[in-house]
Design a protein around this ligand. Structure first.
Ligand code: URA
Length: 240
């Protein structure tokens, strides 16, 4: 693929902007500055550098973000900063066939929820991961206001009815880790589901953190606000 098209596909701006970046000497491929925007490169294992930042070529972008508290998952947030401001511009600008641009969050977390959020520009992946049919487990660490009783755990496992939803929802797994700390696994993602489930058993969520999706855990060295690419091994751990 031509270098200008490569940069365009990875979100570095219009083809004209990308050609300009190359012609002005801002782009290096495999360590060497390239100034011909029309030069062809094999995409397999391609790494390039734009204005001092290294980028791997990715046909599709898959990443995880450690969502900090006080951020919204919306592109157009109402009160808090958007999680998308935590990503570099090329990830937000990757061209897509649909009207949307850039990577999109796979589901949403509340403003005050922290933890693992996946983002991608692969619509099929979003569909697969979000569809209740695929039962991808998501593990939440829940801090509660009131002590967790064995009856609460039993009810969460047996199924609770949420106000606007006649069908009971149940936890796939639920374990009291301490008096005020619960580990809850869900395979669906209804609006405020954990908070509503805890309210339904007479408790209240004080803190919520998503630590795992599928068999993939949030790495301890990925700090709140940081993101990283998903490897092939990570993606395999997410397979429903
Ligand atoms: N359940 C909630 O209540 N909030 C979240 O952010 C995620 C799951």
């Amino acid at each position: 693929m031509r270098l200008e098209d490569i940069l365009f596909s990875q979100g570095f701006g219009t083809r004209r902007v990308c050609a300009g970046l190359v012609q002005q000497g801002h782009v290096a491929v495999h360590g060497e500055t390239v100034t011909d925007a029309g030069e062809f490169f094999d995409l397999d294992g391609l790494h390039f550098n734009v204005q001092g930042t290294d980028w791997p070529f990715k046909a599709h972008a898959y990443l995880m973000l450690h969502k900090p508290a006080g951020t919204e998952c919306s592109q157009k947030p109402s009160t808090w900063p958007s999680i998308y401001t935590l990503l570099p511009a090329p990830l937000r600008q990757r061209p897509q066939k649909a009207a949307v641009q850039g990577v999109q969050a796979v589901g949403r977390l509340d403003q005050d929820t922290t933890g693992m959020l996946l983002l991608t520009d692969d619509g099929q992946f979003i569909h697969k991961m979000s569809s209740p049919k695929h039962h991808v487990p998501k593990v939440y660490e829940v801090s509660t206001k009131h002590p967790i009783t064995p009856e609460m755990v039993d009810k969460l496992l047996a199924g609770v009815v949420l106000e606007d939803d006649p069908k009971p929802v149940k936890a796939a797994a639920c374990e009291a880790v301490s008096e005020l700390h619960l580990k809850l696994t869900l395979t669906e993602g209804k609006y405020h589901q954990v908070k509503r489930m805890l309210a339904a058993v007479g408790n209240r969520v004080e803190g919520l953190h998503r630590s795992q999706i599928g068999a993939l855990s949030l790495p301890a060295d990925l700090m709140p606000g940081q993101w990283r690419w998903l490897s092939q091994a990570d993606l395999a751990l997410l397979k429903p």
